[in-house]
Design a protein. Structure first.
Length: 437
């Protein structure tokens, strides 16, 4: 049996485009995900987030569900195009009102509100003006951050600038499987730098507007393990580690871009202007760690027989279930001295929907094994202060549409009924007692 610290925060996470719906209500502008998902062939089954979980109308039910489960924290994201429909023009006060009501409703139920400003839903008008590869998008983001901080910071527990900028730049601009669907390495590298710059500028804006508000960033990590002893596998794993795990953490931690990653990408760093790295590396109050799996790296010309292979436990996405990797990542992140407060801002698994059967034992096993690893890391001195399961609800899983279900609460997408799975009851018990058995 493992006992978590008394003040450990237990909660659940979601993101605006994945759950809110109400895509054209109360003055919300178009985002790149509206455009992308409405373009034939981009998303599985041509699904989109027009309705999603209809959380925009059912938010009270959803936060009551969390209260009933005894959760103490909720991580949600704010839709930029609900707040500033064209990205950098007029403020839409009804959009802000929605988040205002949500935050008050959470506090009334004893749930800490943890907001994320950007979870991939760039206003389409900014994309039309060049999107993240253009520097002005970072300026627009800093203003948006200030607008939200002015309205909500007196009641938020924390504010994260970006969620998983690696995914936003890589999937959105390098391989094009996410919105806005561009596939150009040069644009992706520029996007990555401007995302980081946006983070740094927003931290400044938030600190000006709300000096006491805990401010940070959420990054995704996965260990990159060479498949064999072959030198080619080792050097490729090192490069992938640099390009995946260090690309954003390095600049935020004041260590700059990883040289091996810069060389492997052939980036001339033309977008990095004097002072940018200082802007990006301001101290943060917390780092959000998102963890799902690891990568086993095989170079196409390696000849040595693989000794490390992907294990048999897999999720619905066919991702390897590899809890040990979270321990490895936590120790690595801690070693960079980027912050003394780490939250696990996402961790969870998609498993196929079993119809009326709400007994999701594989998800319970997944969560238990990862929480065990987190407990060990805490005992070793890694300052993990909270855990936010991904996700509260089944939701719109980006290019996979509604085909992948991450919720501890099932959503019936015909009726929009919420049905807590057994994992929700199990997690509730862990959250209430702080005990993992
Ligand atoms: O659903 C996503 C989330 O939006 C970002 N992190 C990974 C999750 C699962 O793919």
């Amino acid at each position: 049996m493992s006992r978590f610290p008394e003040d450990f925060i237990w909660g659940a996470a979601t993101a605006a485009y994945q759950i809110e719906g109400a895509a054209r209500e109360d003055g919300r502008g178009e985002s790149i995900w509206d455009r992308f998902s409405h373009t034939e062939g981009n998303v599985y089954n041509n699904d989109n987030g027009d309705v999603a979980c209809d959380h925009y109308h059912r938010w009270e039910q959803d936060i009551q569900l969390m209260a009933d489960l005894g959760l103490g924290a909720y991580r949600f994201s704010i839709s930029w195009s609900r707040v500033i429909p064209d990205g950098d023009g007029e403020i839409n006060h009804s959009g802000l009102d929605f988040y205002d009501r949500l935050v008050d409703g959470l506090l009334e139920r004893g749930i800490e509100p943890h907001a994320t400003l950007y979870h991939w839903d760039l206003p389409q008008r900014l994309e039309d003006g060049g999107g993240w590869p253009v520097r002005a998008t970072a300026d627009a983001f800093a203003r948006y951050a200030q607008v939200v901080a002015d309205r909500l910071s007196d009641r938020l527990a924390s504010m994260a600038t970006l969620n998983e900028p690696w995914v936003a730049a890589n999937h959105g601009y390098e391989i094009g499987t996410h919105a806005p669907g561009r596939a150009n390495l040069g644009e992706a590298l520029a996007a990555s730098h401007h995302l980081l710059l946006a983070h740094g500028q927003a931290v400044r804006a938030i600190r000006d507007a709300a000096p006491g508000l805990a401010t940070g960033i959420v990054l995704n990590f996965e260990p990159k393990h060479p498949a064999s002893d072959d030198e080619l596998d080792h050097s490729l794993a090192d490069v992938e580690h640099a390009r995946y795990n260090m690309w954003y953490l390095g600049p935020v931690a004041g260590r700059g871009y990883p040289q091996s990653g810069v060389e492997a990408s052939g980036w001339d760093m033309a977008e990095v202007l004097d002072g940018d790295l200082d802007t990006i590396s301001q101290p943060i109050d917390f780092l959000g760690v998102n963890y799902y799996s690891r990568g086993v790296v095989r170079h196409p010309h390696a000849t040595a027989v693989p000794t490390t292979t992907v294990g048999p436990r897999r999720t619905g996405f066919n991702w390897e279930v590899y809890p040990e990797g979270l321990g490895e990542i936590l120790r690595f992140v801690h070693s960079t001295e980027v912050t003394d407060t780490i939250y696990i801002t996402e961790n969870g698994a998609a498993f196929p929907d079993a119809g009326d059967d709400l007994d999701d034992q594989p998800r319970i096993d997944f969560l238990r094994d990862h929480l065990q690893v987190i407990h060990e890391a805490i005992e070793d001195g890694v300052p993990v202060k909270g855990y936010l399961v991904w996700s509260l609800l089944d939701n719109f899983e980006w290019a996979a549409g509604y085909s992948q279900r991450f919720g501890i609460v099932k959503v019936d997408f015909d009726t929009l009924e919420r049905l807590p799975r057994r994992s929700a009851r199990w997690y509730s018990e862990v959250a209430r007692t702080g005990l993992l058995t």
